[in-house]
Design a protein around this ligand. Structure first.
Ligand SMILES: [Zn+2]
Length: 172
């Protein structure tokens, strides 16, 4: 409650004019309530939501990128270039690529079931990112700069997935 400076009546915190004497009280200081105490949490949310959408969007692109990488490595194999660490990993990576795009879209549209499974999925993505590192180092030898891009993408997978686990917890 706040007090009108003119008539001394008690007024609700949100009042802009006194309901008794119609004095403008918009400049009267408000007492610290539970709502103002929540402020630090609100400030955290200010960067958390843009981060949430950025990573969701990144998941969509990263999933597509994973699929593209496999297609590139497949075509490399066809043209006779030996690429190490391929085979069953390719199939798993392809599934992860498709899932990443789907989950990224689910996160963008805040589909609850996706948010529920995304924690587990992010851990899978961290594991696959770590697994992909030796492969992408091999790619660097074969493809040069493209391999470096792949390596950076693998590291970004690990970082973004770790951050997403945190963000899902914060945006619940
Ligand atoms: Zn008043």
């Amino acid at each position: 409650m706040i007090q009108c400076p003119k008539c001394s009546n008690s007024l609700p915190d949100w009042a802009q004019t006194c309901q008794f004497c119609h004095t403008d009280i918009s400049k009267v200081p408000r007492p610290k309530t539970a709502e103002t105490n929540k402020r630090p949490l609100m400030q955290t949310a200010a960067w958390i939501w843009p981060a949430y959408y950025t990573i969701s969007g990144y998941f969509v692109l990263s999933g597509i990128w994973t699929i593209v990488q496999i297609l590139i490595s497949l075509s490399a194999k066809k043209s006779g270039v030996e690429v190490t660490g391929m085979g069953p990993i390719q199939v798993v990576m392809m599934i992860i690529g498709v899932l990443t795009s789907a989950i990224g879209l689910g996160l963008l549209f805040k589909v609850e079931i996706v948010r529920g499974i995304v924690n587990i999925f992010c851990w899978i993505r961290i594991a696959s990112g770590i697994l992909a590192i030796p492969t992408t180092i091999g790619m660097t030898v074969v493809f040069g700069p493209l391999g470096i891009v792949m390596l950076v993408a693998a590291i970004l997978d690990i970082v973004s997935s770790g951050l997403m686990i945190f963000l899902i917890g914060e945006t619940d």
